[in-house]
Design a protein around this ligand. Sequence first.
Ligand code: SF4
Length: 259
Amino acid sequence: MPLETKLTARLIEVFSAIQGEGLNVGTRQLFIRFALCDLRCKFCDSANTWGVPPQCRIERTPGERDFETHLNPVPGSLLLKWVERQNQPGLHDSITLTGGEPLLHAPFLVEFLPLLRQSTQLPIYLETGGHRPEQLAMVLPFLDLVGMDIKLKSVSGEDRGQAHAEFLQFCHQASVEVFVKLIVDRHTDPAELEQAARLVTAVNPQIPVFLQPVTPLKESNPRLLVPAPEQILAWQALMKRTLASVRVVPQTHKMIGQL
Ligand code: SF4
């Protein structure tokens, strides 16, 4: 299929793996990981995405980790070919756009996603920091599911309250399925969880919320500690006062050696 766009993508990697977080946990995903992030979360496990590397790595065969390297930026037509090569019949449940922050590439996505959908016939799932509503509005028509973070200042160091509220509202108004992920650690301030619960409830109390205990990064941030069992139980109960679905799910892909 001819690719009309002349835009290019700045990538980290393309690979096939098992989704370890959120509503799609356990499903097989074709991941497109974009470069660049404008946040600096203390728990970030993808600090290699903050800038644009000279090269990206592209898996040739799904799950084989037989990466080849290519120069950044990458023409959209090439990216589409790489995805088509990975898209074996029946294997993937959807395509995950991840990063970094994929919405920093909104002009590219607006042109690329319709072609991606047409070519693969797969649902498109966006993983995002949930803080760029203007860019979200540009790509919402091409998305099937959005997994957005609400950053808790006590854990991430970031505070994007108003932007998160607007972002969630946009998803709801567009009737695009959305869930919210909150990373929690031992220092989480319950008042921030209450605030997040109010934010979600005000849009729709049925929106699923995931509490994700932080995965400790012993080398880079020894202050990140997994919450105590009683903390998790108390926080889930607190949020369930107003929200229909609050699940606690750690990063399962880290437990089974996935990327
Ligand atoms: S938004 Fe994601 S990629 Fe960016 S700093 Fe936070 S955890 Fe890292």
